[in-house]
Write a new protein. Structure first.
Length: 607
């Protein structure tokens, strides 16, 4: 409920010595009123997110947000900073103790808006299977609880430490949006450095191949994402502890990106140089040992920039960290709210209202979880199983893809062990390879989600990872005629790739990649649109639609892209009605006339 100067404070004042760290922290602790209230609210808040924190059960069967976070941190090395941030925040609160002790503390009702906002955010994240949204909701609400118990001044003074909880947000597959561009950038620049030094290398996607035989792939870790996150956290802490001017803080934080890129370019370029001189094994050893050096160089650059941007300390009388009165800060505890009875009544009212909000949210989440149903797939599924070449049962390869289409013969392709281990266990698949009389090959693949939406990811990440460079992407309508005439929206991607023949000569290939998404009565060619529709159905209908990702893939030579796509069109018009149950809006007879007669287009031969 507030505090008075302690005996330790009096002793320090009488002896004239500076209080020790333990005494300062003890005074800080005693300056916090209603600790019991904050502790109880935090316990209930954590309990809500433990028992009703996660609605995705594909990768990890747990309702706990914290268990899901722990699993994610262990699985994704890019999120290694997450578990450390709570300790960093506590340490920064201890560093700011001289500023926090004199603050006027007490119940501040407007902070309930943050708590309610966190609850609303969590409800949305829970319903649409976006557990990462719930991570944000947890920390927003926790920040609001501190403001509810200790007031507006506390919220304002602790905004920066709590901001660091943003690094607890697990990137997961979202990191692909950062790592792929960074991988490509680091690869391009590193190959440019090699060319400048006279080292002949070939870049294929994110792979770098030397004429002397070495071959390296710029993996996600080498893109700079790990050093970027570490440098970002470091620059945020450094800038807010040493700088006051907004533009200087922003400049310091923004420097994390170029420093991470430069450091990793130096690392990859060094690998190329060492491998060229001493072989691939030596290059690998250099790669493994150079990470610390590049990070150390970036750290030195940050310190140099910080020295250049440094600011003179603010005198205490102008609002510095010290006590303006000049007294020992340990005696400057927060003013006590008038009347212990009134303070307790206010605290009990805050407890009741906060618990009511949490209870309503918990009841709504429990009801939604109990009454949520799984939608029917928009594809034909056959009971049975296929076996791969090693005899491993792939019981999930059960989408009924047609064996014969037009003049094409087909063979079932196994679901790889990597896919089975990587995607959620209730994911189902369909994969067949079709070969025409002239050798033209076309792969038809289906990935069908179960109870976890993470079975499906954005397709544009697959091709660059396989060495293809996307040159064109567009949304088209494919006119189907069965069971009635309708337009199937598809995304068509044209990509290029350079491969090396056994004789050492380079060969440029083209890839035609067509994909779309299908659910019960729904078709889409856009990943974001599919996600929005899935969220809509979850929130307003209580239905988790089982979306499927369907793709067709063919390789051709440069200049044959349109011919290959024409053959793919004819193939899909015939094949799709044989396995896809969902259809689009019927078109009139006049509209359907242009696609009534199909032409078997030539070209697009397999190289």
């Amino acid at each position: 409920m507030g505090s008075e100067p302690t005996n330790n404070d009096d002793k320090a004042a009488k002896t004239g010595r500076e209080p020790g760290l333990f005494e300062e922290l003890l005074t800080f602790w005693r300056s916090l009123p209603d600790k019991w209230l904050f502790g109880l609210l935090t316990l209930v808040w954590a309990g809500l997110f433990h028992f009703l924190g996660n609605s995705t059960f594909g990768y990890l069967d747990t309702p706990s947000l914290f268990e899901w976070l722990g699993y994610t941190y262990r699985s994704e090395r890019e999120d290694a900073l997450g578990p450390l941030m709570p300790y960093v925040v506590l340490a920064l609160l201890a560093v700011k103790r001289k500023e926090l002790i004199p603050l006027e503390k007490g119940i501040w009702w407007p902070a309930l808006a943050l708590v309610a906002g966190g609850l609303l955010l969590h409800v949305v994240g829970y319903l649409v299977q976006q557990t990462r949204v719930s991570v944000i909701a947890f920390f927003v609400g926790l920040y609001g609880l501190t403001g509810l118990v200790w007031g507006r001044a506390w919220l304002r003074s602790t905004f920066f430490p709590f901001l660091l909880f943003a690094f607890c947000f697990p990137l997961g597959t979202l990191a692909d949006r950062i790592t792929f561009p960074l991988r490509m950038l680091v690869t391009h620049i590193s190959v440019g450095v090699a060319d400048f030094l006279g080292i002949e290398v070939v870049r294929v996607g994110t792979q770098i191949m030397g004429l002397d035989g070495f071959n390296y792939d710029v993996a996600p870790a080498c893109s700079g994402i790990r050093s970027l996150m570490a440098l970002m956290a470091l620059t945020v802490i450094f800038s807010f502890l040493t700088l006051r001017t907004t533009w200087k803080r922003a400049l310091m934080i923004l420097m994390a990106l170029p420093l991470a890129v430069v450091g990793n370019v130096a690392r990859v370029a060094g690998v190329i140089i060492v491998a060229q001189a001493f072989g691939q094994d030596a290059g690998t050893r250099f790669h493994d040992g150079a990470g610390f050096i590049t990070f150390l160089v970036a750290l030195v650059c940050i310190l140099v920039l910080g020295r250049f941007l440094r600011e003179s300390p603010v005198p205490a009388a102008e609002g510095g960290m010290g006590d303006p009165s000049g007294r020992d800060f340990t005696s400057a505890v927060a003013p006590v709210a008038p009347g212990p009875t009134a303070r307790r009544a206010s605290a009990m009212a805050a407890l009741a209202v906060a618990l009511l909000l949490m209870g309503v949210a918990a009841g709504g989440l429990a009801y939604a979880r109990t009454n949520q149903r799984l939608g029917e797939p928009g594809l034909d599924i056959v009971a049975g199983e296929l076996r791969d070449e090693e005899g491993i049962v792939a019981a999930t390869n059960i989408i009924r893809l047609p064996e014969e289409v037009l003049t094409y013969q087909s063979e079932p392709m196994p679901v790889t062990r990597q896919e089975l281990d990587w995607l959620p266990a209730d994911t189902t698949y369909g994969y067949r390879r079709y070969i025409g009389p002239d050798g033209f090959r076309l792969d038809l693949r289906v990935v069908l989600m179960g109870t976890d939406r993470t079975s499906i990811h954005k397709p544009e990440y697959c091709l660059p990872g396989q060495g293809f460079q996307i040159t064109k992407s567009e949304v088209l309508n494919l006119r189907l005629t069965e069971p009635h005439a309708y337009d199937l929206p598809v995304t068509r991607i044209i990509a290029r790739r350079v491969v090396r023949r056994p004789d050492g000569e380079s060969l440029e290939l083209r890839a035609v990649f067509v994909y779309w998404f299908v659910a019960d009565g729904q078709l889409s060619a856009d990943h974001l649109e599919r996600m929005i529709w899935m969220a809509r159905d979850l929130v307003f209908r209580g239905t988790l639609q089982r979306w499927a990702y369907v793709s067709a893939f063919a390789i051709c030579l440069p200049g044959q892209e349109e011919a290959a796509y024409g053959r793919m069109q004819d193939f899909l018009v015939e094949a799709v009605p044989k396995f896809q149950l969902a259809t689009g809006v019927p078109v009139t007879a006049d509209e359907a006339a242009p696609r009534a007669g199909l032409v078997n287009r030539g070209g697009g031969s397999t190289p």
